[in-house]
Design a binder for this molecule. Sequence first.
Ligand code: ADE
Length: 229
Amino acid sequence: MIGIIGAMQEEVDLLLSGLCDAVEMNRSGIRFHTGTLHGKPVVICKCGVGKVNAAVYTQVLIDRFNANKVIFTGVAGALDPELNIGDIVISTSCQQHDMDVTPLGFARGVIPFQEVSDWPADPELVAIAVEAGEKAAPGRCKKGKILSGDQFIADRDKVRELHETFGGACTEMEGAAVAQACAMNEVPYVVIRSMSDKADGSASVNFAEFTVEASNRSYAIVNEMLRKL
Ligand code: ADE
């Protein structure tokens, strides 16, 4: 069973429009849709905002629907100055940028007493996502580290700081939680993010403007990935 978590209603609606043998159900107060896409069994849900929502949704996908792969798609703010609005980042890994236990001597982003704080994405899912991304948006698809925090970033200095401290390609609010939940359950994952803004002073305006375009692109990538899986 392939678990697909979409951040935006638009892309989830596009996925649902192609779903065969669709069944809708509620679990833990969350609406899930099961069925097949390109003959593959899938379970689709729309994620709430932030890391706690993302972790719970992922755990429910794994526990209650036996998801053995998780694909997360949505939009993000670009941190890498070479990225433009509309470009796509496929996760090589995800880390929480707002995890901060520095007063106790831990580096920024490090979860104390845990071996891993920067969870690698599954290489096979990454390769399939890159191939699908190249098809959907030729020349605009990059692999990179994704940073997550319970913050919408709209500040150029913060962008520079996050890029320099963590080497992140883009920032969003869920990926690292999905990654951690998947790692704890030994389930492979990949996060696919379309850049809706540059996380600067124009971020809120750009976010609103480019979300629909980004949703269409994310949908095209997931749809193509499902052919290959
Ligand atoms: N998702 C899309 N843009 C974002 C931003 N600038 N900060 C956090 N999450 C985002």
